[in-house]
Design a protein around this ligand. Structure first.
Ligand SMILES: [Zn+2]
Ligand SMILES: [Zn+2]
Length: 421
């Protein structure tokens, strides 16, 4: 295990820690009894324990069992310091009531109920550092998605929505893959590679190539970005604790509603961060794969892509705004959900909405914060328009070029874009 888990409690804050609470100096960390730096994950905690808990959750770390009697953090006092036992420290975090928005490990045991209960009672005004925790967690998740996108991970088949929703979360495995070499591709390379990629996939589906064929054998350095990013968006949604509480039919309905918007926001914001004016995929290309009638298709794609890039550039979206907006987009409830499901999702959406509002007040002041908040939320309309346009575009494409997409991709794509309804 890495030594950073031993992080001392007194280390300075980093990253998005832009809102320190000055009033909590007298409070002690409930986990280790060192001075707390505000509430984190709902309880007064020092920076070390906060970071420890966050890492454990977001990296899905399972610590080796305690070498002693699993009491290392039980009878501690200011003079009697705990042992350096991560197993017991993690247990103590739970025992004192730390709760996270995002879960990789689904501990269903006695902690399961406690977690659900505390999450639903959670109010954003409890403490301002909660926004900070939230943004830090969202940022960690976003980094994982970025790592996946630039990695060698390049599945031959894309599972359908049901399989994706039901399978265990894959996001924490991002670091298992090396980076894809040879990027950025030139536009010509990209088009060539996309042609080859699709040809190979269609040959595998037609059993002309063995099913266990690896794309690497063919020196393929591009991905089918649309289904790949759809997968990433579903993996992202699966990490939210509220997602676990939905019935399967509600999960499915929610993913049909929000997956495309979530992936569009991710792609657009990453292109904006790379100082691009139009959508760019991580391999460096600016248009989709090969199609017939290429010129007309590219022109149309360009027009659509400019439309979702423009507000990000004009309003200079910040990273925390993007992260909170994405969480709101994931909680974009639909009438297709059950009443119970709608309540859960709406409740969650309100929390992220409040966090965004709070962030805007802090960054832009009481006067301009409200206007800024509306501006960011208006982007949801832009995404909804984009989704409709994109769907029409794909429909047309499928009519005119029916055999251009591999079968496995079509299933997921049709579900996410609701193309067959
Ligand atoms: Zn502590
Ligand atoms: Zn121990």
């Amino acid at each position: 295990m890495s030594s950073e888990d031993e992080e001392p409690c007194s280390s300075t804050t980093e990253g998005f820690d832009f809102m320190k609470n000055e009033n909590d100096e007298t409070q002690l960390c409930l986990v280790c009894l060192k001075p707390a730096v505000g509430k984190h994950y709902k309880v007064p905690a020092c920076h070390g324990c906060k970071s420890f808990f966050r890492r454990a959750i977001l990296r899905n770390i399972i610590y080796p069992p305690c070498k002693y009697e699993a009491q290392c953090y039980q009878n501690i006092s200011i003079t009697n310091r705990p042992q350096k036992c991560r197993f017991c420290r993690y247990q103590k975090c739970y025992d004192v009531g730390m709760v996270a928005y995002f879960l990789y490990d689904r501990r269903k045991s006695e902690n399961g109920m406690k977690l659900i209960e505390s999450v639903s009672r959670f109010g954003i005004r409890d403490d301002i550092t909660i926004i900070d925790d939230l943004i830090s967690d969202l940022s960690d998740l976003d980094v994982k998605i970025s790592e996946y996108r630039v990695s060698k991970f390049n599945p031959i088949k894309h599972p359908d929505l049901e399989t994706l929703i039901k399978s265990p979360n894959q996001l924490h495995q991002a670091t298992h893959f090396e980076k894809m070499p040879g990027w950025p591709l030139s536009q010509e390379e990209f088009i060539q590679q996309q042609r080859r990629l699709i040809e190979i996939k269609i040959r595998i589906e037609g059993s002309q190539l063995p099913a266990e064929t690896k794309l690497e054998q063919f020196d393929i350095k591009t991905k089918e970005w649309l289904p790949f990013d759809m997968m990433m968006a579903v993996e992202f949604a699966k990490t939210f604790t509220f997602f676990d509480r939905l019935e399967f039919s509600d999960k499915l309905a929610l993913m049909k509603k929000s997956t495309f918007m979530s992936l569009a926001l991710t792609t657009a914001f990453n292109s904006y961060k790379a100082k691009m004016g139009i959508i760019q995929t991580p391999d460096g290309a600016c248009i989709s794969g090969p199609t017939r009638n290429e010129q007309a298709v590219r022109h149309f794609e360009r027009v659509m892509s400019l439309r979702i890039m423009e507000p990000l550039i004009r309003d200079k979206f910040t990273i925390p705004e993007y992260l909170l907006l994405k969480a709101i987009v994931v909680c974009n409830s639909a009438s297709t959900l059950s009443k119970h499901g709608q309540r859960i999702v709406e409740n969650e959406k309100n929390k992220f909405g409040k966090a965004l509002l709070e962030y805007c007040f802090l960054q832009y002041g009481k006067k301009e914060g409200g206007a800024r908040y509306s501006k960011i939320l208006n982007y949801i309309d832009v995404l909804e328009h984009y989704q409709r346009d994109f769907r029409d575009f794909m429909k047309t494409l499928q009519i005119f070029t029916p055999n251009l997409i591999p079968e496995s991709r079509r299933k997921l794509q049709n579900e996410v874009l609701c193309l067959e309804e």
